[in-house]
Ligand binder design. Sequence first.
Ligand SMILES: [Zn+2]
Length: 415
Amino acid sequence: MRLRLRLLATLALAAPSPPPPLVAQDATVVLRPARVLDGRGGVLTSVDIVVAGGRIERVGPRGAVPAGARLVDLGARTLLPGLIDAHTHPGWYFNRQGRLHTQDDGDSPAQAVLAAAANAYATLIAGFTTIQSVGARSDADLRDWIATQGLPGPRLLTSLEPLTERSGDPDSLRALVRQRKAQGADVIKLFASASIRDGGAQTMTDAQLQAACAEARAQGLRTLVHAHSAAAVRAATLAGCTQIEHGVFVTQDVLDLMAQHGTYFDPQCALVFRNYLDNRARYEGIGNYNEAGFAAMERAIPLAAGALRMALATPGLKVVFGTDAVAGAHGRNAEDLVCRVQQAGESPMHAIIAATSLNAAALGLADRIGAIAPGLDADIIAVDGDPVRDITTLRRVSFVMKGGRIVRDDGAVKP
Ligand SMILES: [Zn+2]
């Protein structure tokens, strides 16, 4: 018997086609919430969402539950699309000495991968069903194990290792873009400026940016560009790059330029800075996490909120949602939505659209995720209360479904 099992196992390993997902799909599920935010600005009440085969099959008036289907009554909860974070770093974690993990801290590659898997899970159960990592080489395995091997986590897109001003001349950059594509990158990440801790001035030349962004476009890949100074944002926009990250020092003229070019803008509100400051002892003394670096981040908090306000008031500018979540922030991603509403004056509905349908469009996945609509993947969350009235309800995600599978259900809050 044992021999036979071993033989079967060997045969299974030798099978030429990739294995099916280890976790089977649930049967048809009918979700019945108090209200639905569809991710595109619509609010629906008294509706059922029917989920089958991992997809949203029907959104319509409440009715009889089909034979064999399971009703999940969400009570007073509000249902919305799974949230999307356009800028995360799931591989960043605090090691068992309570310090930021670095290459030479003695942790094994396996320990680092397990930490990244834990971060991915924390992010998923906080309601983020898709994240974009920008980026690390080990992201590819994390992405693939989540997608095909039953590891619980958000759908992951990754740039793999970013490119910088030190990556070489325009020809070398074009070759590196093609290499990233061959390595399986979903997007190309470029550093066009210094870190906020080092002043944020432009680092890549205009020619380097033009080469990398044009080659990526030719290869069918998007480009995400780290840029703080107005000059760096302008250069990346004129180079035809897809999306600008951070932009703490943007000016109205470069925001207008981005709007004209259709460039997505991904500014942060405060989570990334506050997380560094709150965890200062865990970062201090590593690289540019020094006295001057922390002072720069403290100064950035009001500047970032001001940049966001200016961006949101710029006609036609597509302001997406990305947190830059690093060690200490995984699973708290929704804090930046709260910040955008409370500190930058954004309406809750506008912020929710940014984190759902607009982000899906920016990722090139509008036909798969980011809305509650028939045919889309059943990436669905629910929160206790109504986030349109109170954005802080997004801190209280109590139901998460990804691809039709329920990965979290705390039950309805007792009155
Ligand atoms: Zn980042």
